[in-house]
Design a protein around this ligand. Sequence first.
Ligand code: ADP
Ligand code: ZN
Length: 217
Amino acid sequence: MNALIFGAPGSGKGTYSARLQDKLGVEVIAMGDIFRSIIKEDTPLSKTVKSYVQAGLLVPDEIALEVVKDSMLKVHKINGFILDGYPRTLAQANALEKITHIDVVLQLCVPDWVIIERLSSRRVCKNCASVYNLRFLKPKSDNVCDKCGGPLFQRTDDNEEVIKIRLELYERETCPLVRYYDGKKVPFISYTSEKLAVPPDEVVDYFLVELKKLRLI
Ligand code: ADP
Ligand code: ZN
């Protein structure tokens, strides 16, 4: 199963794809995580990437494409993959089509007010990038990752001003891709929720049932 996961920042892409990875043995390629690890290096590339990510802007398409190509080569895609955070522009979608086939789009539809509430209380493990929420998905002990014991931190782009920019860019650049994949007859599995806190397994179970119906798992 080669899947894309689409949804606004804070819609839960990372949370659900990590759980699907555990259940299905698929690889997750998460662009945001890859860019954050590039930022930790001290290279000319890391400085460029940092300037975009911190401002909530999209990293230029040429860089994003190189990064996604490189990650596709590195992972073992025996059971397929879930791409989280790529493509985000039409140019990226066209580039992706030349390197791989996509079987399904997993789509998360969440209203803006929920996103803003969730992102302001989101925390991420410095060590393994697991995602928590201080209000809706708490770690067992404060500021410590359940999985690896690493310290949790707040992303510098998870502040109100930058969140607004990210949401606007999502609407403008990424939303049109829904029509693009629809036009290519790629099947969609959409999960819509108006609630602030949804048990992650509820969403994951829904995706699993629908993926079975499509005979992709
Ligand atoms: P979000 O919660 O906004 O979906 P991510 O962790 O997926 O956050 O991405 C964080 C940042 O990384 C984005 O705001 C953007 O700067 C950069 N980024 C991620 N994916 C891409 C991409 N495909 N093209 C360009 N920039 C990207
Ligand atoms: Zn961790």
